[in-house]
Ligand binder design. Structure first.
Ligand code: SF4
Ligand code: SF4
Length: 322
């Protein structure tokens, strides 16, 4: 089977973090030496698999905790970035680790999904890391969870970041009516696409690229359509991954995470993000074009629920924050 391109969202066993964000259910774990070794084996197996694939591949690392403080993840990204069939590499990170490894990588293929966690890191320190990325010529977006107590930090971060860096805000999804109209206006002034993340997309029966153009893979090779549909579709180490891919309608009632809904053809998020889709970095030409951004918001209003209700059961900032 001829395959133009596949995106793989990789989540290995690593589940520790050097931060302790109160809104994060991940990363409460401290790995033993044996668990670190198991994560390292899984990562090596996955990078070997990725290196061997005969088609264009992009990879997004979405760990349960913070992986980029670990040299093994830095080395894996650097190694993969030099392979000719690798198109884009992205990773969710709190940006606290060393960035020196980037000099070993082909930086043109790397995008960082960098999340700012007020309370865990000072703004000055986070901005210093962003300036280092700029000096190294690395693409990144900056994100923050839109908790009410964060609004002033979010606005200050927007004011301090270079204008060309996208600051996105994830809705704090803890139940209906968390945001007032004033809150929505305030956060939309910071992130013009904030509204997209406040919506719950009614996806059951809708076509979705998950399972066809993008899959989620665990450390043991178990492949799923996405992080949100439990049922596996196969195992990348047991069969040719191309055998697992086919168009399928979404089987869930709704999808609320950026890393999921951006694969809905009806939303056509790729039109906004281009090759920055995985790292959530909008295409600069689209970003400068208000009409095209407004068209994306309009599509989100059509596909998403009209209410800005969010479900406590599916607090999607959990999947998106790191
Ligand atoms: S819409 Fe979301 S939940 Fe449904 S298949 Fe796509 S990514 Fe998965
Ligand atoms: S939200 Fe991210 S940075 Fe914060 S504790 Fe969880 S994994 Fe760590």
């Amino acid at each position: 089977m001829e395959l133009d391109h596949l995106s793989v969202i990789y989540r290995g066993p690593l589940s520790s973090c050097n931060y302790a964000c109160p809104y994060c259910p991940f990363a409460k774990h401290t790995e033993t030496r044996a668990e670190h070794a198991a994560d390292a084996r899984a990562l090596t197996r996955f990078t070997d698999w990725a290196a061997a694939q005969p088609f264009p591949l992009s990879i997004f690392f979405t760990p349960w905790g913070e992986a980029l403080v670990r040299p093994r993840y830095q080395q894996a990204l650097a190694r993969l970035s030099h392979l000719p069939h690798i198109q884009q590499l992205a990773i969710q990170t709190n940006l606290s680790g060393s960035l020196k490894w980037l000099e070993e990588a082909d930086k043109s293929r790397i995008g960082l999904w960098a999340t700012y966690h007020p309370g865990e890191v000072g703004q000055e320190r986070f901005l210093t890391r962003c300036a280092e990325l700029d000096a190294r010529g690395v693409r990144y977006s900056v994100g923050v969870v839109g908790k009410k107590g964060h609004f002033e930090d979010i606005e200050a971060m927007r004011a301090a970041l270079p204008a060309h860096i996208y600051l996105w805000v994830n809705a704090f999804k803890v139940g209906d009516g968390y945001y007032s109209e004033g809150d929505l206006a305030r956060l939309s002034a910071v992130d013009p696409l904030f509204e997209v993340n406040t919506r719950r997309y009614r996806t059951r029966g809708l076509p979705c690229g998950a399972g066809e153009t993008v899959i989620s893979v665990e450390g043991d090779g178990t492949a799923r359509r996405c992080h949100f549909i439990e049922r596996p579709i196969g195992n990348i180490y047991a069969q040719d991954v191309r055998e697992l891919l086919r168009p399928r309608p979404c089987s869930r009632a709704s999808c609320e995470c950026h890393i999921g809904y951006v694969h809905l053809p009806e939303l056509d998020a790729a039109q906004v993000y281009g090759d920055g889709l995985l790292a959530r970095i909008p295409d600069p030409a689209v970003w400068a074009d208000r009409e095209r951004l407004e068209a994306y918001l309009e599509r989100a209003r059509e596909v998403g629920s009209s209410s800005r209700a969010v479900s406590p059961r599916q607090a999607s900032h959990r999947a998106e924050s790191t």
